[in-house]
Design a protein around this ligand. Structure first.
Ligand code: PLP
Length: 357
């Protein structure tokens, strides 16, 4: 029995897949009750009057090439948010199974679990050790009902990344017991290699990637789950048809053209540089008591008075993310890295406020 079969919600294994209208682009479509005319101003290539490819195999092949995996190891969805949701729905029996998370971390893991009626086990990151993962505590917390362990590297909101050797050790220690999901939404901003390279030797490892951050497509909603074919096969059984809208697919193909990829790489390098400049400048602000080292496109910083920092930023026209009320990040504010001009204006406002205190 494959690992996916052993861990899946049993009722999904006998679920008849939904059969959408067939996808045969060479033929004229009189089988899907579409409108024969495009709406006025429809500038898409395929025409928005037509349904997109029901299961976007062409796009998935392109994404598989981007991430260096076989197409049967990848499923595309509406951002990695949909990947998180699919995993929880595929593997957690409501009221019985659990997901394990390591707070502070991305909120969608717990949210998806709550929506599914799954339980949540927490193994907090050690704030006093720059949010290091307690590997032993994690392994000890994986009871038979824990189906999914969500790790985020680089982690949102701390910016910390896990090494490949730790991930490999963890995945191997938990093999056969649960899936270890590594959310790499910010991987392109990190100097750590991707966990995708571990997949051939770790059948219980799942990697989440997104086009939202490094490829500047947050508004398009495109992400991918990358895993062993049996895990991907199970997710294919439950994903809604037409999950990837035509504008999303066209924007993604466009963004992955060589010239656009080169520009994306250049911008990633600029964001990384700007992140380092922002981190150094924040540390010099007297009210800032800690800047956590980040490998993502944001910086988490602790202030004596986070509320004041948020208010100053708002007066200067900026929204920052407040993490000060979270028990594991008291006084902390997360700042996304913007353009050099935005960094300058934010730092000027924070610096001026410090001088007039
Ligand atoms: C760690 C992490 N994973 C996933 C996401 C969601 O990404 P997507 O836009 O692909 O749904 C985010 C968004 O902020 C994130 O921080």
């Amino acid at each position: 029995m494959s690992l996916a079969t052993a861990l899946a919600r049993p009722e999904l294994l006998s679920l008849d897949p939904y059969v959408p209208a067939s996808w045969e682009p060479a033929l004229e479509r009189l089988h899907a009750n579409e409108n024969p005319w495009r709406s006025m101003g429809d500038a898409s290539i395929a025409g928005l009057n037509r349904y997109p490819e029901p299961y976007p195999l062409t796009l998935e092949a392109r994404l598989a090439a981007l991430y260096g995996v076989a197409p049967e190891c990848l499923i595309a969805g509406r951002g990695s948010d949909e990947g998180i949701d699919l995993l929880v729905r595929a593997f957690c029996v409501p009221g019985r199974d659990a997901v394990l998370i390591c707070p502070p971390t991305f909120g969608m893991y717990a949210f998806a679990a709550r929506v599914q009626g799954a339980q949540i086990r927490e193994v907090p990151l050690a704030a006093e050790l720059d949010f290091a993962l307690d590997e032993k505590a994690l392994a000890a917390a994986v009871s038979p009902t824990v189906k999914l362990v969500f790790l985020c590297s680089p982690n949102n909101p701390t910016g910390t990344a896990l090494t490949l050797s730790r991930l490999a050790r963890l995945a191997n220690a938990l093999d056969g017991r649960c899936l270890v999901i590594v959310d790499e939404a910010y991987a392109e901003f990190s100097d750590q290699p991707s966990a995708i390279g571990l997949l051939p030797a770790a059948p219980n490892l799942v990697v989440l990637r997104t086009l939202s951050k490094a490829y500047a497509l947050a508004g398009a909603r495109c992400g991918a789950v990358i895993a062993a074919p049996d895990v991907i096969g199970l997710l294919r059984r439950i994903i809604a048809p037409y999950a990837i809208a035509t504008p999303t697919s066209e924007a993604t193909f466009d963004a992955l053209e060589p010239a656009r990829l080169a520009l994306a790489r250049e911008r990633i390098a600029r964001i990384v540089e700007e992140r380092e400049r922002l981190s150094v400048a924040l540390s010099a602000i007297p009210d800032c008591t800690r800047v956590f080292p980040s490998r993502a496109n944001f910086v988490l910083a602790r202030f004596r008075d986070a509320g004041r920092v948020l208010a100053i930023a708002r007066d200067a026209g900026f929204l920052l993310r407040d993490f000060s009320h979270n028990p594991s990040t008291p006084g902390c504010v997360r700042i996304s890295v913007g353009t050099a001009d935005q960094t300058d204006r934010l730092l000027t406002a924070l610096g001026r406020a410090a001088a007039t205190r």
